[in-house]
Design a binder for this molecule. Structure first.
Ligand SMILES: Cc1cc2nc3c(=O)[nH]c(=O)nc-3n(C[C@H](O)[C@H](O)[C@H](O)COP(=O)(O)OP(=O)(O)OC[C@H]3O[C@@H](n4cnc5c(N)ncnc54)[C@H](O)[C@@H]3O)c2cc1C
Length: 596
């Protein structure tokens, strides 16, 4: 793979001998080891390696590369084909436990398992999030470098606008808004009008920090409609000190020092192929499920849980794996009248029409396949609706008040699909749809990642298939809290208003707005996840001890950080990839400062 800096795969016969010597006689050593090649890990490893300090950096990824899997390449290039990657070798599909879910479903949560992480299998929606979330991070952690004003230059370092704009930043990840896309969506004007008619205020840019209203989609897609993944960081760097190992699974962290609660230092990563030492630091960027899982397997976590699994306690950290948040979502669909059918995502499920769209994209770089069939987003604050529920709930903490009841925060997001939405099976021969996806951005419900029976013993065994990750027990507890259900109901009611508005009258078959009870049944049937996980190694705040400090250093040990969406203390009102890149970028700054 010539475009990347030195990339080695453990699948190659010579790998073990080259890296670990004959019979494993040597232990490779780097200044820094970054575990996990998703957006946070790639941004962090590249920025560290580009530092003038001349660090040597090893990036470890359990999956293989897109280039090693040519049969999946087209699907990773085109966001609209994302669905075909679900269940492929690039996808972990984390199983979850369903007992506390409102819908009692055992979800399988897709997650990338390939160099580039979930950016290779995601939808390509690009949202930085509201400035008020970052300002609250800064306020609650006491670190002003996490405020919106301090994050803005970080986002500009990541992004590259495909159109020429006045203040055009030039980072590795190309982004564009839907009006700059050659997608040529027939429904755009009608959809915008319907949002106006439903009372939404037009936003000029959904990424300028103020998000209440409706605005255009921004997507991380390059000039030819190709998805920009975290691999862009690796392709664009010439840093000599960066080495990438793929198909290598990190099992646990190895410590030296006193143990117990004394000074203990992380010095090496035990992988399924051998031990690798870090002279300065080890950083976990393995995502919101695997970063806490690796900590637990290494002896950092709630003492009682570690004792139950027979894992020697390095440091008692009760919050590891707790506070798991995610964004639940539910599609509402209205049928297009049969004589009004035009291009929608259903076309891609029919060979005849999909061929036409594929040809158009291949020959002209245009058409609906050159992006996702979404153009408009809405963001709504529901403070007035949820305050009465929270006021009568005596378990409501100050922390929850400070995050949930802000008048500026978007509680729910909606996006308009030209097609059947993300959760329904395509139905090309029967009918075609316009859908609204309703996303709960600020759930109060929390889940957890914990050790599954046998995890520790399994982690000791070696070798095993490097791309078969260890599975912890995952509870997401979607809509467990009443207030979460209320926010979802409010969003769905609004979705009915939008799709029943005058603008859609001649195009859509009418549907009566269901009762509250009927909406709850719809939610039960269609509830799923938007694959945004976070919070499991949260930053310390005024209210919570957390797992890491505000520069992502793990409490109680030295030489170890977590840098990925796990550190986000409360659900951010945004799709999470831009935030993950920003966390990787920030971590490089914090680490560089500690190791001049
Ligand atoms: C189907 C889908 C659609 C999505 N759509 C969007 C979207 O449109 N917009 C958006 O903003 N976000 C979206 N997301 C979410 C976004 O992609 C993630 O939030 C983001 O990728 C998280 O980044 P991360 O670096 O924290 O972790 P990840 O992307 O999960 O990367 C972690 C990496 O670590 C590796 N790893 C894990 N354990 C180990 C180990 N033990 N050893 C070695 N390597 C390991 C994994 O293989 C993976 O490559 C979507 C996600 C999915 C799955």
């Amino acid at each position: 793979m010539p475009t990347h800096p030195r990339v080695y795969s453990a699948h190659h016969a010579a790998f073990a001998k080259t890296k670990f010597g004959d019979g494993g006689s040597s232990t490779p050593e780097f200044d820094f080891i970054v575990v996990g090649g998703g957006p946070a890990g790639c941004a962090l490893a590249v920025r560290l390696a580009e530092s003038p300090a001349g660090y040597s950096v090893l990036l470890l990824e359990q999956g293989t590369t897109v280039e090693q899997n040519p049969e999946l390449q087209n699907s990773t290039r085109l966001p609209l084909l994302t669905r075909s990657l679900h269940g492929s070798s690039f996808d972990v599909q984390y199983p979850t436990v369903g007992e506390n879910q409102f819908a009692h479903k055992e979800l399988k949560i897709n997650n990338g398992k390939v160099l580039g992480g979930s950016t290779c299998i995601n939808w390509g929606i690009w949202t930085r999030g509201p400035k008020h979330d970052y300002d609250l991070w800064a306020q609650l952690t006491g670190n002003q470098e996490l405020s919106w004003d301090a994050m803005l230059p970080t986002f500009k370092r990541i992004e590259r606008q495909t159109s020429v704009t006045v203040d055009s930043p030039q980072g590795p990840i190309s982004i564009r808004s839907s009006s700059e896309s050659p997608r040529d969506n027939y429904w755009s004007g009608t959809a915008a009008l319907s949002l106006e008619q439903a009372g939404f205020k037009r936003l000029l840019n959904i990424n300028d920090g103020d998000m209440l209203g409706y605005g255009e989609l921004v997507e991380n897609v390059g000039e030819k409609g190709q998805r920009a993944t975290a691999n862009e960081y690796l392709k664009k760097t010439s840093a000599a000190g960066l080495e990438v190992w793929t198909a290598v699974r990190a099992e646990k962290i190895v410590f030296e020092g006193e143990g117990g609660d004394g000074k203990t230092r992380a010095v090496a990563v035990s992988t399924h192929v051998g031990l690798v030492r870090a002279r300065k630091e080890i950083i976990l960027s393995a995502g919101a499920v695997q970063s806490p899982h690796i900590l637990l397997l290494s002896g950092l976590g709630p003492r009682s849980q570690l004792d139950t699994h027979g894992i020697p306690v390095i440091h008692d950290l009760p919050d590891v794996g707790q506070n798991l948040w995610e964004h639940p979502f539910v599609d509402i669909r209205f049928k297009l009248r049969s004589d009004k059918r035009r291009d929608t995502a259903e076309d891609l499920a029919s060979l005849r029409t999909a061929g036409r769209h594929l040809d158009k994209w291949a020959n002209e770089g245009k058409g609906m396949i050159s992006g996702i069939p979404v153009e408009w987003f809405t963001f709504t604050n529901l403070k007035e609706r949820i305050e009465p529920i929270l006021n009568k709930d005596s378990s409501m903490t100050e922390y929850e008040k400070s995050t949930l009841l802000r008048p500026t925060v978007p509680h729910v997001e909606q996006f308009l699909h030209y097609g059947h939405g993300l959760t329904a099976a395509p139905d090309p021969f029967q009918s075609s749809y316009i859908s609204i996806s309703n996303v709960l951005l600020t759930p109060r419900s929390r889940g957890s990642v914990s050790l599954a029976p046998g995890s520790f013993n399994a982690a000791q065994e070696s070798p095993c298939d490097p791309i078969d990750p260890r599975m912890p027990r995952i509870e997401v507890n979607q809509l467990k809290e009443e207030v979460d259900r209320e926010m979802m109901v409010a969003s769905i009611e609004k979705a009915y208003d939008v799709l029943s508005s005058k603008a859609w009258e001649e195009f859509l078959e009418p549907q009566e707005k269901p009762s509250r009870e009927a909406i709850l049944e719809i939610i039960k049937e269609r509830l799923t996840t938007l694959w945004h996980l976070g919070g499991t190694c949260a930053m310390e705040t005024t209210f919570n001890k957390g797992v890491v400090d505000s520069t992502f250093r793990v409490h109680g040990v030295e030489g170890l950080r977590v840098a990925d969406t796990s550190v986000i203390p409360f659900p951010i009102s945004a799709h999470t990839q831009a935030v993950a890149y920003a966390i990787g970028e920030k971590a490089a700054v914090f680490i560089g400062r500690d190791h001049p």
